[in-house]
Design a protein around this ligand. Structure first.
Ligand code: B12
Ligand code: SF4
Length: 560
């Protein structure tokens, strides 16, 4: 077969921390589907795998050193224990940072090997371009390191970056590196075809939508364009030929299911409507079901997580109706919005296989909801939705930001009271992220967010690494202040709030997808989450392989 172009698409996330990082990457699978449909050859090299976790596992000696100083702080969230204030106040931060440096040295040896592996792929395929998915966190710096070395070895090979980091940071990526010939933001499905044509000299760069690039030292932005009809998109390509990491148990065989893009709400902290549009674009339920059937037929998996940030309630109902009509046995989890979900038919959704839902609350205080978050959710509405879910057997997680800008002792108490009243199965507490291009970033002064240098803050957000399971004191530090609290104090406050959540008897830091994973092996979700944490903290690679194998062996089963 004569292909128009050849490419490698790379997903590198450094050390995949969450179990959900092993879910196959729908973004790259979609790009591969689009390329293949137009006769462009492509292959996905996904390093977010079990193999990568194993190869980045710190040496025994380093593991012991970490354990010695972090102790209980490492698996703080899911344990029901509380952290002694002496441990926090006396925490040896500089020694901890020293250990992180040592960890970096160990990792850099593996990164060199990864570069050589990519090099071998290049020699075999001789691609016209390489596309990197760019995330934020330490993985961004490492991806840049990989891309720069590849560029050094193959100066004429075009290197493209795309994905969430570009949505956040846009032209600021060029302050860090010039390695990317093109950066793609927003929807990539149509852009990737035009980028491929550009890379083989068949399209002018000026007319490709959703990209930025450098010309004569200046950054040029092209127009943005969203995919109008999601139903017309090719199916994501999860074939072993295109996506070899899916072989064996290197990835988790739970799949993302794209039902919608965009969100009509404009919460002040959220990038989603900026990236994907401030109105919903939805797929027809029949099309969604055909994607489900495709996964069942090719990978024998019946477990899905919807990828939309705010799945419309009507679509939820229609998907459930269609699943029941066709008698397809599946389990799935999704995000939802309490205000829109007040009258959902939860019994129907449960009967269709809905296992768990995550609702963004952010705060229980009306003033903060209105002035800081821009999402007002009445306690009685939340109570009704969560009770309805409970009665139907659907588990719920509510996410809360703490400390919010303008947070006070009073608002803190109100949020706790609110949570006590609505009793979700889990509460997920996040520190506030001040994401570039959002209202919290642009109008920071209005919210009492003190960002000494916006340039520096963007740089910080590019590499910000959340250690999801460790106490926030272990997270890396920005220079911005919220309510006059520096970053370390925000971390301590967040930890104090998590302690209070535990005291009111709620499970913390468990996600709706972990609830879905636990249902595959019919375990209590908290036991499952804790087991995963212990395995990771003990670097028990055998245990991890067993856990993933067990999940993958059971994704074909759905029982009541
Ligand atoms: C579902 C989800 C996940 C799933 C991902 C499942 C999967 N592997 O596909 C899970 C739970 C694993 C996950 C994990 C993480 N996530 Co997440 N996630 C999301 C969420 C809710 C939806 C993403 C999605 O599926 N979108 C739909 C698909 C189709 O879009 P897409 O993947 O972005 O790809 C499109 C474009 O971006 C573009 N594109 C993507 N890559 C490339 C590459 C090239 C070359 C080109 C041209 C185009 C292109 O084309 C694609 C098709 O249109 C978003 C929030 C949101 N609604 O966007 C956060 C979000 C993307 N996640 C975020 C983060 C930080 C993470 C983590 C890094 C967290 C962590 N520190 O561990 C991890 C790492 C991811 C990993 N693979 O290991 C951030 C991204 C921030 C950033 N700037 O990087 C977001 C925006 C949430 C937030 N905090 O605001 N995530
Ligand atoms: S937080 Fe949720 S509801 Fe608010 S804008 Fe983002 S996606 Fe929409």
């Amino acid at each position: 077969m004569n292909y128009k172009s050849k490419s490698l698409l790379i997903n590198y996330v450094s050390v995949p921390e969450l179990l959900s990082c092993l879910i196959p990457d729908i973004g790259l699978a979609l790009l591969a589907g689009a390329l293949k449909k137009e006769d462009h050859l492509t292959k996905i090299l996904d390093y977010s795998t079990l193999e990568t976790i194993k190869r980045f596992c710190p040496s025994k000696h380093l593991q012991e050193e970490f354990r010695e100083i972090s102790g209980d702080l490492e698996n703080y969230f899911q344990e029901s224990k509380f952290i002694d204030s002496d441990l926090l106040n006396n925490f040896d931060l500089s020694r901890y940072k020293g250990l992180l440096e040592k960890e970096k040295e160990e990792k850099s040896r593996e990164i060199k090997k990864i570069i050589n592996e990519i090099d071998k792929e290049i020699q075999v395929m001789k691609p016209d371009f390489i596309g990197f998915k760019l995330w934020s966190g330490e993985c961004f710096i490492e991806t840049v390191e990989i891309a720069e070395e590849i560029k050094k070895r193959y100066p004429n090979l075009r290197i493209i970056g795309g994905g969430p980091q570009v949505d956040w940071s846009q032209e600021h990526i060029y302050d860090v590196t010039d390695v990317f010939d093109v950066l793609a933001f927003g929807d990539g499905d149509e852009t990737i075809i035009e980028v491929a044509e550009y890379c083989i000299g068949e399209r002018d760069i000026e007319i490709i939508p959703n990209i930025l690039y450098k010309k004569d030292g200046k950054v040029c932005f092209n127009d943005s364009r969203m995919v109008k009809d999601l139903d017309k998109l090719p199916l994501p390509d999860y074939s072993y030929e295109t996506y070899p990491a899916l072989k064996a148990n290197n990835k988790l065989k739970v799949f993302m299911l794209e039902e919608s893009r965009g969100c009509p709400h404009t919460c002040n902290f959220c990038i989603h409507p900026i990236k994907s549009g401030d109105r919903w674009r939805i797929k027809k339920p029949e099309r969604i079901i055909s994607e489900i059937e495709n996964i069942i037929n090719t990978h024998n998996s019946r477990y899905f997580r919807f990828s939309g940030s705010n799945t419309p309630n009507l679509l939820q109902t229609q998907i459930a109706q269609e699943i029941i009509k066709r008698n397809i046995k599946v389990r799935y989890s999704s995000f939802g919005h309490i205000n829109a979900y007040r009258n959902c038919d939860y019994s129907l959704m449960r009967a269709a296989g809905c296992e768990s839902l995550l609702f963004g609350l952010e705060t229980g205080n009306y003033g903060l909801q209105k002035d800081v978050i821009n999402k007002v959710i009445k306690v009685e509405d939340a109570e009704k939705v969560l009770n309805d879910c409970k009665r139907s057997g659907i588990k719920t997680v509510v996410s809360v930001i703490y400390p919010n800008p303008k947070e006070t002792e009073e608002t803190r108490k109100e949020t706790l009271e609110y949570l006590r009243k609505i009793k979700p199965d889990g509460a997920f507490i996040c520190m506030p992220f001040i994401v570039p291009r959002t209202s919290w970033f642009i109008d920071s002064d209005k919210y009492g967010i003190d960002i000494p240098s916006k340039e520096k803050h963007i740089r910080f957000m590019m590499t910000y690494h959340v250690r999801y399971n460790g106490h926030p004191i272990l997270w890396n530090f920005g220079s911005h202040k919220i309510n006059n609290l520096d970053f370390r104090q925000q971390g301590l406050e967040c930890g104090r709030f998590v302690d209070d959540i535990k005291k009111i008897g709620l499970a913390t830091q468990v996600t709706e997808e972990e609830m879905l994973f636990a249902s595959i092996v019919k375990e209590d979700f908290m036991d499952f989450a804790l087991k995963y944490q212990r395995i990771r903290n003990n670097c028990d690679m055998e245990g991890l392989e067993k856990l993933i194998t067990n999940l993958n062996e059971n994704v074909c089963n759905v029982s009541n």
